[in-house]
Design a binder for this molecule. Structure first.
Ligand SMILES: *Cc1c(COP(=O)(O)O)cnc(C)c1O
Length: 452
């Protein structure tokens, strides 16, 4: 008989329904179904890992956001922030609901056109628009949100002397009381740069200043910051009216509303501390309504809400590859998905649920991804029941920025599935394969053969 290898003994506290730091019990529930579809079935059919998006949840989130603003203010227009998730199927859900497109590069711009968004319903933001890009936006009558003076001068060169009326806005940055101040995009309000940009635009009859834009930051934890921003944009709008008798048609408040994901290091769960969409809506609409514009001069309020509309509509399904003990006895679980496809694990403590029923014993553990890289940590420290090889898990609230910022590194990117309003599922993005990768590579003739 072979001698068994020696493993030094250790004592590990198992938590059996003990109280957490708030004196309440942490209830772990398995997540066995998404919109009525068994997780097991989805993994069987589409492989592990895979992303799953709920059409129902997206539509509900959107309708709720529109309700919050429309019940408070008469003129509202949302524009879907492409960079948050630009899968065509996802964009088209928002477009079907009435959302325009908000893009920050010519690639995103072309995607919006490809999706059938009319050119005049595309908002073109971002710091990098070439002259060629601007010319395309002009010919489509899109809304061009100017980011800096160099862009303004390019625009002037393109339009000068032509019988055009190009609709433009400026992006304004400002101190809203929140630190750090986002001042790398747009023109600063406090130091007069924004006013300077306005006067330059007004001196060119080919440019029609129709809007003012501010995207004050992302995952904003205080709704009052939007009230400060609204007040400053209203003030600028009023000054333009006073000086040139020019009516600004819209104020665009960008994105930045927090989603219910918990930031790393946060003491309280996000759902307990972040403002509701109604609080953000109240901060913005009350400020604009109370500013003193005549009723028929009220600007349309544009919103480019990204993460708050989609984060909780998507899940990442995955499988346990292995379990092990680290040298300090902590339990480690290796998953088949890592930071390469879950970029937001750098910011968030994503909630993770087992996808099957489990014993009540739970333990603090580290969740690693499958990459052969030390940075590949999905959760540093998470209380989960003991998972075994082959067990499946569901990562919650992964809809924003993962399916755009993911990278092909060591592993291929997986399939993305959409569950529609009737519980049917569709592949909306294929998984990558060796073939996908080889399609982009060229090997010079002298390197085509090797012999070892
Ligand atoms: C990223 C971005 C958004 C969306 O931001 P969220 O924080 O996801 O709501 C909106 N507008 C602009 C200009 C952006 O850059």
């Amino acid at each position: 008989m072979n001698k068994l290898p020696y493993e030094r003994p250790f004592i590990q506290k198992l938590n059996l329904g003990v109280m957490n730091k708030f004196g309440s019990k942490t209830e772990l529930e398995p997540c066995t179904h998404i919109d009525g579809v068994p997780v097991k079935k989805l993994i069987e059919e589409y492989g592990s890992p895979c992303f799953v998006i709920s059409e129902q949840k997206i539509r509900n989130n959107y309708k709720n956001a529109v309700r919050a603003f429309k019940t408070r203010y008469p003129k509202i227009q949302f524009a879907w922030s492409y960079k948050t998730n630009y899968l065509d199927a996802v964009c088209n859900i928002f477009h079907q609901e009435g959302s325009w497109a908000e893009v920050v590069s010519i690639f995103e711009y072309q995607k919006a056109i490809h999706n059938g968004v009319p050119g005049d319903k595309i908002i073109f933001n971002g710091p990098d628009k070439s002259k060629e890009d601007l010319a395309i936006a002009i010919s489509n009558n899109s809304l061009i949100h100017i980011d800096h003076f160099d862009e303004l001068y390019d625009l002037v060169e393109l339009v000068q002397g032509r019988s055009l009326k190009v609709r433009v806005a400026i992006r304004v940055n400002m101190d809203t009381g929140v630190r750090p101040i986002w001042d790398r995009f747009g023109f600063n309000y406090e130091n007069g740069q924004a006013w300077n940009a306005v006067t330059k635009i007004m001196s060119h009859p080919e440019l029609d200043l129709v809007g003012l834009h501010a995207h004050i930051g992302t995952y904003m934890l205080v709704s009052s910051a939007y009230a400060v921003a609204a007040n400053k944009l209203c003030d600028l709008m009023q000054q333009v009216q006073n000086r040139w008798n020019q009516d600004i048609q819209y104020l665009d408040f960008g994105g930045g509303f927090a989603s219910t994901n918990t930031l790393k290091g946060a003491y309280l769960q996000a759902s307990d501390v972040i403002p509701s969409i109604d609080e953000y809506a109240e901060a913005i609409t009350a400020t604009v309504l109370n500013f003193g514009f005549k009723q028929d001069k009220l600007p349309t309020i544009f919103l480019e809400t990204g993460r708050a509309l989609i984060d909780d509509a998507a899940y990442l399904l995955g499988t346990v590859v292995a379990t092990k003990r680290l040298s300090d006895e902590r339990r480690a679980t290796v998953m088949d998905f890592g930071v390469n496809i879950l970029f937001t694990s750098f910011w968030y403590d994503h909630q993770i649920s087992p996808a099957q029923h489990f014993s009540r014993h739970s333990e603090n553990m580290t969740l690693y991804g499958p990459l052969c890289m030390n940075i590949d940590v999905v959760r540093e420290n998470v209380m989960l029941p003991l998972l075994n090889k082959g067990d499946q898990v569901v990562v919650h609230k992964v809809g924003a920025y993962n399916m755009t910022q993911w990278m092909q590194f060591i592993q291929m990117r997986p399939k993305v599935i959409l569950i529609d309003m009737n519980g049917r599922h569709h592949v909306i993005r294929e998984h990558e394969s060796l073939e996908t990768m080889l399609r982009y590579e060229h090997v010079p003739a002298h390197l085509k053969t090797i012999s070892l």
